[in-house]
Every structure is written in structure tokens, then in C-alpha cells.
Design a protein around this ligand. Structure first.
Ligand SMILES: Cc1cc2ncn([C@H]3O[C@H](COP(=O)(O)O)[C@@H](O)[C@H]3O)c2cc1C
Ligand SMILES: O=C(O)c1cccnc1
Length: 346
């Protein structure tokens, strides 16, 4: 799976020169400067403009949810899909506020939805299988889910993809992928998800330890993805690969979207050049995940915001979106010292 290296020292130098000559003390816009540089490199432009941003919520159910790994019943998955489409979910409000096109992709929700605008029906199966009894998905289902993500991105206009997800039980799948793909201790990867108490987290951890053990042989990224699920995580991994290969900016939300990026990165490391990590989730394990998603070993990915969000849906990506828009506007529109006739440092 080829994703081109964005390495372009000449463009990087031109962008840095532009940024350094804007009317402000050197470096004074802090990490917004690094963000502007990154977006300029992704879009291959000294005057980048984010266009027709797409917030896509990938939704699916998890067989493992029946084991009681979430604080909420798995009917919440389809009920929240209805809520997204009716405009009442957190991400619906934020997408409206920021002018983001919102689409829900049913990758495998255990429910039949009436067709309507804003919903793409791409069900691989009505929920994954119980990962404690066998692989969550077959390799064919896994490939199909990856392709769903690719096709959905290909069908959309624009140069920015904001990732969102909905799927009761998916912090379990994400924790398992984090543990397996990074070799981290499971205990460091498992958190409260929707709000388990200490005893609930202990139960979740014990179940996930069994799942990890049952699939001890699933070490390759796609084997691990098939073993643990879910359809929405696989579809997001496909979406990341496609968006990256088309040089779109990939706006990553929290723990679960981050797990999809981990998978995509394992298949094509260059995807990370296109990823903007928007916030540090309150979910235990996200910090550890960010350490493994850094630009190089030893440098953690540094998310833009730290708001104790632990929601998902793409809510953090939507909240951070105006920062990306500002970074581009500053790069395009701020005057240079020369143009504004402002004296530079002596
Ligand atoms: C009402 C409600 C709305 C949500 N929106 C996102 N999630 C989030 O919670 C789920 C993951 O947590 P766990 O692994 O503990 O089930 C995902 O669906 C995620 O997007 C929600 C969860 C609930 C209950
Ligand atoms: O960080 C996330 O994406 C997250 C955390 C908890 C529950 N749902 C999502």
C-alpha cells in the first residue's frame, strides 16, 4: 500500500521562510506555525486553503459488547446513529457550527436503517463476531471494511477528512490493537470507555486479556485487525490510507480513531505526515498511543487540545477544526515585515 513521502525540503524551506517573515516575533504563533507548515506540505501549497471538509462518522457494532465491556448497552450504537442524522448529537452540533459536511457510514450496525440523506449504508455484517470465541471478522470481511473506507473517501470532494466513530465496545477493540501493534502491556491500554467504574475496568481488562491470549498468533496488522475488529476501525484505516494517498489532511479525533491510524501507519508509515492529532483524550491509553504515533521514535505526537474529552464521534476533531482553518488563513493573509513596513529585530 503505497503512500508517497511528502519530503520536499524546498517547499518546507519556502513555507518556513514565509512564516518567519510574517509580522510577529519569530515563532510567536507557536504550534500554529508548525500546523501551517504541515498543512502547506500536505496540500503542496504556500497558500493552502482547506476546502469542503468532510466529517465522516464510521459506525458499527461489536460482538464483544455482549461480554459487558461497556457501561452502555449496544443498542446505543444505532440509537446514536439516528441521533447524528436527526442533528442532536454533540458532533451534529459541532459540524453545523463549523460548516463541516457530516456523513454517517453504517459499516456494520446491528440494525436496519431507513435510507436517508447523510447515511451511507455499507454494512459488512450486522456487528462483528465475539472476539473471545474467534476472530471478530474474517479476513474477507476485514478487506471489505477497509475498502468501504477507501471508497467513501474517494466519493467525497474536498481536501480534509475529519474522522469520527460510533460503536459501543470500540474502546475494547482499540485497546487490543494498541497492545498488540505496539507491544504495550494491556493494563496500560484499557480504560473506562463510556464510564466503567474501577470494578468494571477490572472486568474489562480480564476479558481483554483472554481475547489477547486467544489471538496470540495474530501479530501482523491485518491479522490483529481481523481478530479484534471492528468494522468501523477497519473502514477508518482504509479511509486514512485513501485520504493520505490523495494528499488530504487527516484530522484525527481520540483513542478509537487513533487506533485506526495505528493500523494504517503499520501498513504505510507515511500516513502520519498527513495526520493532525486534535486532542488528548481522557481515555487511559491515549497518551501511550500518542507516544507511538509520533513523527519519529522517541517523539510523541502532540495533540492540539487537552480538554479531557472522552466522547469520540469526531467531536474533538470538530472542536479543533477552526485552528486548522486559522493556520491556513494566517499563512495566506498575514503581511510580511517587508510588505507592512514593520521593522525587524535589530
Ligand atoms: C450516549 C453515547 C454517545 C456516544 N458517542 C460516542 N460514544 C463513544 O462511546 C463508545 C466507546 O466506549 P465503550 O467502549 O465503553 O462502549 C463509542 O461508541 C464511542 O464513540 C458514545 C457513547 C454513548 C453511551
Ligand atoms: O477518545 C475517544 O475516542 C473515546 C473515549 C471514550 C469513549 N469513546 C471515545
Amino acid at each position: 500500500m503505497m503512500v508517497a513521502d511528502l519530503h520536499d525540503p524546498a517547499l518546507a524551506a519556502r513555507l518556513q521562510h514565509l512564516i518567519d517573515h510574517k509580522t510577529k516575533p519569530l515563532g510567536a504563533l507557536g504550534r500554529i506555525e508548525a500546523l501551517a507548515l504541515q498543512i502547506g506540505l500536505v496540500l503542496g501549497s504556500e497558500a493552502p486553503r482547506l476546502e469542503q471538509p468532510q466529517l465522516v462518522v464510521f459506525a458499527a457494532d461489536h460482538g464483544l459488547a455482549a461480554r459487558g465491556v461497556s457501561a452502555y448497552p449496544d443498542d446505543v450504537t444505532w440509537q446514536m446513529v439516528e441521533n447524528f442524522l436527526a442533528g442532536g448529537a454533540a458532533v451534529s452540533v459541532l459540524a453545523r457550527q463549523h460548516g463541516l459536511a457530516l456523513t454517517v457510514v453504517d459499516c456494520g450496525v446491528r440494525h436496519d436503517f431507513a435510507p436517508r440523506p447523510g447515511l451511507l449504508q455499507r454494512k459488512v455484517a450486522p456487528g462483528t463476531a465475539d472476539a473471545l470465541a474467534g476472530p471478530a471478522m474474517t479476513r474477507a470481511q476485514c478487506a471489505q471494511a477497509l475498502q468501504v473506507g477507501r471508497d467513501v473517501v474517494r466519493s467525497f470532494p474536498g481536501n480534509a477528512l475529519l474522522l469520527g466513530e460510533m460503536g459501543i465496545g470500540n474502546t475494547s477493540a482499540a485497546a487490543l490493537l494498541l497492545a498488540r501493534l505496539t507491544g504495550s502491556a494491556l493494563a496500560d491500554c484499557v480504560g473506562a470507555g463510556t464510564g466503567l467504574d474501577a470494578a468494571g475496568i477490572e472486568r474489562k481488562r480480564a476479558i481483554l486479556a483472554q481475547v489477547l491470549e486467544r489471538h496470540a498468533a495474530a501479530r501482523e496488522p491485518l491479522d490483529a485487525l481481523a481478530a479484534f475488529g471492528g468494522f468501523e476501525i477497519a473502514a477508518m484505516a482504509g479511509a486514512v490510507l485513501e485520504a493520505a494517498s490523495q494528499r488530504r489532511v487527516v484530522v484525527v479525533d481520540g483513542f478509537i480513531t487513533g487506533a485506526a491510524v495505528l493500523v494504517a501507519r503499520a501498513l504505510a508509515p507515511q500516513v502520519l505526515q498527513r495526520c493532525v492529532f486534535t486532542h488528548r483524550s481522557g481515555e487511559r491509553g491515549h497518551e501511550l498511543m500518542l507516544r507511538h504515533l509520533g513523527p519519529d521514535a522517541g517523539t510523541p505526537a502532540r495533540p492540539l487540545l487537552d480538554l479531557d474529552l472522552r466522547l469520540g464521534e469526531g467531536s474533538g476533531a470538530a472542536l479543533a477544526w477552526p485552528l486548522l482553518v486559522s493556520a491556513c488563513a494566517l499563512l495566506r493573509e498575514m503581511a510580511s515585515f517587508e510588505a507592512a513596513g514593520v521593522s525587524q529585530a535589530g
